[in-house]
Design a protein around this ligand. Structure first.
Ligand code: NI
Length: 137
């Protein structure tokens, strides 16, 4: 089993906000990340898939195809958009990196399987100091 990883970037606005809570309740949990007028991050997403090496191609999966899938189904929809308002697959979700990783997994898993590999991990770095990793259920 070999693991390969594709990196894609996106720059997005968001606000961490739970509509069940008041503004001050949100501020207690999320601090300035809950500022009403949004803020942004330059996110880096790493998508790791695994499989056996195809003896004809020498590859688990074509990295260009993997990048195309990630951009088409995920990062093109996030890049230069507001994660709270603009993204169909994030509706009703608090836009933490945790939830973005889970939603991205759900967008990608089937399409990667069709391409002959298995989605293994999604890693999202929101800042240089913070990243989350999701391995599916
Ligand atoms: Ni933020």
């Amino acid at each position: 089993m070999i693991y390969i990883t594709r990196r894609e970037c996106f720059s997005s606005a968001h606000r961490l906000f739970n509509p069940v809570l008041s503004d001050s309740g949100n501020f207690e949990i999320y601090g300035k990340c809950s500022n009403p007028n949004w803020h942004g991050h330059n996110y880096i997403m790493y998508v790791t898939v695994r499989g056996e090496v195809n003896s004809e191609t020498g590859m688990v999966m074509n990295m260009k195809l993997l990048g195309d899938i990630v951009r088409r189904l995920v990062t093109d929809k996030l890049d230069h958009h507001n994660l709270n308002t603009d993204v169909d697959f994030l509706q009703g979700v608090i836009t933490t990196s945790e939830n973005i990783a889970i939603a991205a997994w759900n967008q990608l898993a089937d399409e990667i399987k069709k391409a002959g590999a298995e989605l293994y991990k999604i890693k999202i770095a929101e800042t240089e100091n913070n990243y989350v990793e999701y391995y599916g259920n």
